[in-house]
Design a protein. Structure first.
Length: 498
């Protein structure tokens, strides 16, 4: 299980097809602009937002520096509270653990909620292979599952669908998965929500096994936290007899006091709410209340390797708010499917290639799925410098070099198709390191500006096909500075005789 959608091409090919879909672009533009405008208003209400952002960054960095100690403390606390902790090094191991836990109950169906980690490892497919059917209960995830679709957004997985399309999916597919859609179902939000509620209610009441993720894990008490807006998560967390939570190891925070920061920044950055309508917490098991058995599967799957990268590790701060997606001009036009992974948008472009490596054409292309405008960094509630990581990963793709994979230092060969880029960067480095050569090159470019082509030849044609080449000025800044300084004094006054 590689964490990417099977058969997905490299980002440029997938994005080219997505950009040609006028309906998709309209759906994305309407949804992302609506969410980001609401978020901006919600954030503006807090005078101390910048300090909260910095606090979130510091807490996450501290946790990552001491992650081993925090995870041991978490395991001790969960076990003391009656839970069982399992460690999964990769997707295959996590799927084996969860499948075995479900099979041990004798059940053949489970309800699921709030777990991108299970999508990352392909858990639904692994369960299906074992004859176990998994039902998604988050409304957007339900839409995606019924439509035999793929998620395209972190917060709103069905963002690429409009209301009419959702109505058609419900009418056509609900009966195959359980209770059919009501007769005469319309595309009004209230009717669609009611159809989903009726469809899911019977599953909640029947299911004996629930599978969830978690937004946070509090190490000092072994408490897991899920924030949501619908209430389906709470049904999934409390009604089943057995609860299995699959969570990435980076979701740990040391204390409840640390959690306070994220319960302020996450809802405002994601749903533009002051607080989430439902914040569910649970610690182990309690007699007569909630599930009788609780299992926590701690997932690595490339996270430890990412932690070893001094530049790239900041991606592990991510709290999955999706704010970066909603401001990204590339995501707005290409949509989430083009990224070929459960993690789309700017954060997916840096997280995916680190968790999976850059060995495939898709993963090698993702660091280039950005204009480097910096909007993602500006809105990130934990100050992940995504442009910095993108450039760092581009260097890895083009130059190769050493990095950590499966806990060992390996040497990555430069990716194919970047020979011209490597040659151009080496030439640029040679010129910039020699002021005289740079000056001569600038003057030559200025004197031949009338003969410059409007498009680049060879591999550069793909770049200039969608951009205007910068016009070379008649005079370089260096020459302008020298000429003007000869006519003016140090204070800017013209010298005598000038």
């Amino acid at each position: 299980m590689g964490g990417t959608f099977v058969g997905m091409p490299a980002f440029p090919e997938a994005a080219r097809e997505a950009v040609g879909d006028a309906t998709l672009r309209a759906n994305l533009r309407h949804a992302t602009h609506t969410i980001r405008d609401k978020r901006a208003r919600a954030v503006a209400e807090l005078d101390d937002w910048a300090r909260l952002r910095e606090a979130g960054k510091q807490i996450k960095d501290h946790t990552l520096r001491h992650l081993g100690r925090c995870l041991e403390q978490l395991e001790e606390a969960v076990t003391a509270a009656g839970g069982t902790v399992h460690w999964a090094a990769d997707a295959d191991e996590a799927n084996r653990i969860v499948t075995g836990l479900v099979e041990a109950t004798g059940e053949r169906e489970v309800v699921k909620v709030k777990s991108m980690a299970t999508q990352e490892i392909g858990l639904n497919e692994a369960l299906a292979t074992a004859g176990i059917r998994a039902y998604e209960t988050d409304l957007a995830e339900l839409i995606v599952q019924l439509g035999d679709d793929r998620p395209s957004h972190i917060l709103v997985p069905a963002i690429h669908r409009n209301r009419a399309e959702i109505r058609d999916v419900f009418r056509a597919e609900m009966a195959r998965w359980g209770r059919p859609a009501p007769e005469g179902l319309t595309d009004t939000p209230a009717d669609l929500a009611e159809a989903a509620r009726l469809h899911l209610r019977e599953k909640f009441l029947r299911a004996r096994v629930g599978i969830s993720g978690a937004n946070f894990m509090v190490a000092e008490t072994g408490t897991l936290v899920v924030v949501e807006s619908e209430g389906n998560g709470r049904m999934c967390l409390t009604l089943p007899e057995t609860l299995i939570s699959v969570v990435g190891i980076e979701k740990t925070v040391p204390t409840w006091r640390d959690l306070e920061v994220f319960l302020q920044t996450l809802p405002r950055s994601s749903t533009a709410e002051r607080m989430n309508p439902y914040t569910s917490t649970w610690t182990g098991t309690t007699d007569g209340d909630g599930p009788r058995a609780f299992h926590l599967v701690l997932l690595d799957n490339g996270r430890t390797d990412t932690l070893a990268d001094e530049v790239g590790r900041q991606a592990l701060r991510c709290i999955r708010c999706s704010a970066c997606l909603n401001v990204c001009p590339v995501y707005e036009r290409a949509g989430g499917h083009a990224y070929g992974s459960v993690y789309p948008g700017p954060i997916g472009a840096v997280l995916g290639p680190q968790l999976r490596g850059t060995g495939t054409a898709l993963d090698a292309s993702l660091p280039y799925a950005s204009s480097l405008c910096g909007a993602c960094y500006e809105v990130c509630p934990v100050a992940i410098d995504i442009p910095e990581v993108l450039v760092h990963l581009r260097e890895r793709v083009v130059q190769g070099g050493e990095f950590t994979r499966h806990g060992a230092r390996v040497t990555l060969r430069p990716a194919r198709g970047h020979a011209a880029e490597r040659a151009a960067m080496r030439a640029a480095g040679l010129v910039f390191a020699r002021p005289g050569l740079l000056r001569a090159g600038q003057r030559l470019a200025a004197r031949t500006r009338g003969a410059h082509p409007r498009t680049l030849p060879g591999p550069g044609r793909a770049w200039s096909a969608t951009r205007d080449l910068p016009v070379v000025p008649e005079e370089s800044f260096r020459d302008w500075w020298r000429r003007t300084q000869e006519r003016t004094g140090p204070t800017g006054d013209r010298e005598a005789g000038a």
